[in-house]
Design a protein around this ligand. Structure first.
Ligand code: AMP
Length: 579
C-alpha cells in the first residue's frame, strides 16, 4: 500500500470514546438509552436537542455561536434556543398549521434556519431543508413532491426563486420571511416571533412518526424524498458520541450546510443532543477565515469535507503555519472520497489525521467510520460502527452473492438502525428496489480488505458528486432541454482535482440552430438560472447524436468512458441495471 498506516499514540487511543468494550456489546437499545424521552414511550427530537438539557439544569450552557459573513457574532444558550424554537412552534400553530404538516426551510446558515428546523420538530411537524443555492426549478420540484404547507425563507430568495410560482402550489399556506418586513401575502418572521409565547411543550411523537424529509437525487426520474422519523435521534446521539467524539461543552464545528443531510444530522441534531457548543459560520469556505475560526473558537472536533480539505492543501502548509490548532482533538471528513494524501497532510499540519467516514441521505447517520480508537489506513472509509453490519455483494439477476475480502462489489447494509429512511415519498416501488436478500443496497461500489476496513471504489449508478453535492443527471438534462435550441441532452460527471467531479453536458441541437460560443453560453446561463450554480453544468459540449441503448436510454456511462479513454467493455449491461 502506498500510504503507511497511521498508528494512534497510546494516550489518544486510550481517550477514545468508542472503546473495544462498547464495540463488543453495543445494541441499538444502548443508543435509545442515551435519550431522555417523553412520558408513555413518546419522544421528540427537539426535546432531546434542547428542552431536556434545560430541564436538567444546563439551560445556561452555550449551545450555538453564530458568526455572520461580516463578522457579527451571536451566542445562544440551550435556554435561548428552547425559547426561540418554542416561539417558532407557536407561530406555526397560530397560522393554523398542525401536527404532521410540512415546513420547508430555504436559506443559508442563518440563525433562523436552526430555529425553524427545531421549532418545526417541536411542534410535531415535518421539516425539509432545501439548499439555498438551488435555482427555482429544483426548489419547486421538491416542494411539490413534499406537498409543502409552509416555507421559511428570506426576502431576497423569495423574490428571485419563489414569488413567480408559489401560488400554483395548492398545499402551500404560509410563507415566513426572515426579518421585520414581508412581501404581500407573506408573514414577517421577526414581529411574529416577538409576539409569540416562549413556552411550548414538545409534541409527544412516536418513534416511527415522520420528522424530516431529505431530498436526494436519482439517476432517473424526479428527486427522491427520503423520509426520516423522530426515533432516528437515537442514531444521532450514538454516532455523534462514538464516531465524532462529542461530549458536553466541547467546541464543535460542522461546516456542512443544513440544506444537505450532513448539515442537519451533524450540524443541528447530533451536536445539540450531545450538549456540545457548536459553531455556525454563515460564510462559505475561505482559507484564512477557517484557520482563524479553528484557532479563535478553540474548535476541538471539526467535521468537514474533502473539497474544502483539497483547497486547503492547494494553499500549502505555509498558509497554516501562523495559526494555533492546539485545541483540535478530532478531525473528520465525509461526503466524497477523501484522498489518502489529505489524511497524511492533516497529520502534519494539524497534528491529527482526518478520519474519513461514510454514509448517505438514506442512512440518516454515519455508518462506516474511522474512529479515534482506530489506526487509520489512509484512503479507507473505516469500519462499520457498532450496530451496523456491512457487506459487499454482487447482484446476480434477482439473487445476491456476498463477496469476499479484496473483491469489489456493491456496498450493502443490514437494515434496522434507527435513522434508516422509512421510504421515498410517494415512491414505494423505488424504495423496495433498494432492498434484496435482506440487504439494503447503497448504490456505491466498495471493497473490504482482510482487516475489515472498507474502501470506496465509485458509484454503481450515474449520480454525480460535485463539491460534496449529489446531483442527478436527469434533473439537469430536463432543465437543458427546456432551452429552445436543445433537442437532447446527456449529463455526466468528469473527474476534477478540487471538486471531485464537475458536471458536463452533451447536447444535440434542434434544426435551425448551429453550435457557437454564444449558444454554449446561452445554454449554460439558462441552466444556471433554472438550477442554480451548484447543479448547472460547467461545460456544454455540442454533439450530432448521443449514444442510446436499444430501449432508447441515453448511455451516459459510454460517454464518460469515451471521454476518459476507458475501455467501453460491457456498458450496455450496466445501463440496463440502472435504477
Ligand atoms: P448524500 O446522500 O448526498 O449524502 O451522498 C451520499 C453519497 O456520497 C454516498 O452514497 C457516496 O457515493 C458518497 N460518499 C459519502 N461519504 C463518502 C466517503 N467517505 N467516501 C466516498 N464517498 C462518499
Amino acid at each position: 500500500m502506498a500510504f503507511e498506516t497511521i498508528t494512534k499514540p497510546d494516550d489518544v487511543r486510550a481517550s477514545a470514546v468508542l472503546t473495544e468494550e462498547i464495540r463488543a456489546r453495543f445494541v441499538w437499545d444502548d443508543a435509545r438509552a442515551m435519550l431522555d424521552g417523553l412520558p408513555t414511550g413518546k419522544l421528540n427530537i427537539a426535546h432531546e436537542a434542547l428542552d431536556r438539557h434545560v430541564t436538567a439544569g444546563h439551560g445556561d450552557d452555550a449551545a450555538m455561536t453564530w458568526i455572520g459573513k461580516e463578522g457579527a457574532r451571536r451566542a445562544f444558550t440551550y435556554a435561548n434556543l428552547a425559547d426561540q424554537t418554542a416561539r417558532f412552534a407557536n407561530v406555526l400553530r397560530a397560522h393554523g398549521l398542525g401536527r404532521g404538516d410540512r415546513v420547508f426551510g430555504l436559506m443559508g446558515r442563518e440563525v433562523e434556519l436552526y430555529v425553524a428546523a427545531l421549532g418545526t420538530l417541536k411542534a410535531g411537524m415535518v421539516f425539509s431543508p432545501l439548499f439555498s443555492a438551488f435555482g427555482p426549478e429544483p426548489i419547486r420540484t421538491r416542494m411539490e413532491i413534499g406537498a409543502a404547507n409552509a416555507l421559511v425563507t428570506t426576502a431576497a430568495i423569495y423574490r428571485r426563486k419563489i414569488a413567480a410560482w408559489w401560488r400554483d402550489l395548492p398545499s402551500l399556506k404560509l410563507i415566513l420571511i426572515v426579518g421585520d418586513e414581508a412581501p404581500e401575502d407573506c408573514v414577517a418572521l421577526g414581529p411574529a416571533m416577538a409576539a409569540a409565547c416562549g413556552e411550548f411543550a414538545p409534541v409527544p411523537m412516536d418513534a416511527e412518526d415522520m420528522a424530516l424529509i431529505h431530498f436526494t437525487s436519482g439517476t432517473t426520474g424526479r428527486p427522491k424524498g427520503a423520509v426520516h422519523v423522530h426515533g432516528a435521534v437515537a442514531t444521532h446521539a450514538a454516532t455523534g458520541r462514538y464516531a465524532l467524539e462529542m461530549e458536553p461543552g466541547l467546541r464543535y464545528w460542522c461546516t456542512a450546510d443544513p440544506g444537505w443531510v450532513t448539515g442537519t444530522s451533524y450540524g443541528i441534531i447530533a451536536p445539540l443532543v450531545n450538549r456540545v457548543h457548536m459553531l455556525v459560520d454563515e460564510a462559505e469556505f475561505d482559507l484564512d477565515r477557517w484557520y482563524r475560526l479553528l484557532q479563535e473558537e478553540r474548535i476541538a472536533v471539526w467535521y468537514t469535507a474533502p473539497t474544502a480539505i483539497r483547497m486547503m492543501m492547494r494553499a500549502g502548509e505555509e498558509a497554516a503555519k501562523p495559526y494555533d490548532f492546539s485545541a483540535l482533538r478530532f478531525l473528520a471528513s465525509v461526503g466524497e472520497p477523501l484522498n489518502p494524501e489529505a489524511v497524511v497532510w492533516a497529520n502534519r499540519v494539524f497534528g491529527r489525521p482526518f478520519h474519513d467516514n461514510w454514509w448517505q441521505t438514506e442512512t440518516g447517520g454515519i455508518v462506516i467510520a474511522n474512529t479515534q480508537g482506530m489506526d487509520i489506513q489512509p484512503g479507507s472509509m473505516g469500519k462499520p460502527l457498532p450496530g451496523q453490519v456491512a457487506g459487499i455483494v454482487a447482484r446476480e439477476g434477482e439473487a445476491l452473492r456476498e463477496m469476499g475480502a479484496g473483491e469489489i462489489g456493491e456496498l450493502a447494509l443490514r437494515p434496522g438502525w434507527p435513522s434508516m429512511m422509512r421510504g421515498y415519498l410517494h415512491e414505494q416501488a423505488r424504495y423496495e428496489k433498494c432492498f434484496a436478500g435482506g440487504w439494503y443496497l447503497t448504490g456505491d461500489l466498495a471493497m473490504r480488505d482482510g482487516d475489515g476496513y472498507y474502501w470506496f471504489v465509485g458509484r454503481a449508478d450515474d449520480l454525480i458528486k460535485t463539491s460534496g453535492h449529489l446531483i442527478g443527471p436527469f434533473e439537469v438534462e430536463s432543465a437543458l432541454i427546456e432551452h429552445e435550441a436543445v433537442a437532447e441532452a446527456a449529463v455526466i460527471g468528469l473527474p476534477d482535482e478540487t471538486a471531485g467531479e464537475v458536471v458536463r453536458a452533451y447536447v444535440c441541437l434542434n434544426p435551425g440552430f448551429e453550435p457557437s460560443d454564444e449558444l454554449e453560453k446561452s445554454i449554460r446561463g439558462h441552466a444556471r438560472k433554472l438550477l442554480g450554480p451548484t447543479v448547472a453544468p460547467r461545460e456544454v459540449v455540442f454533439r450530432h447524436s448521443l449514444p442510446r441503448t436499444r430501449s432508447g436510454k441515453i448511455m451516459r456511462r459510454l460517454l464518460k468512458a469515451r471521454e476518459l479513454g476507458l475501455p467501453e467493455g460491457d456498458i450496455s449491461t450496466l445501463e440496463a441495471d440502472e435504477t
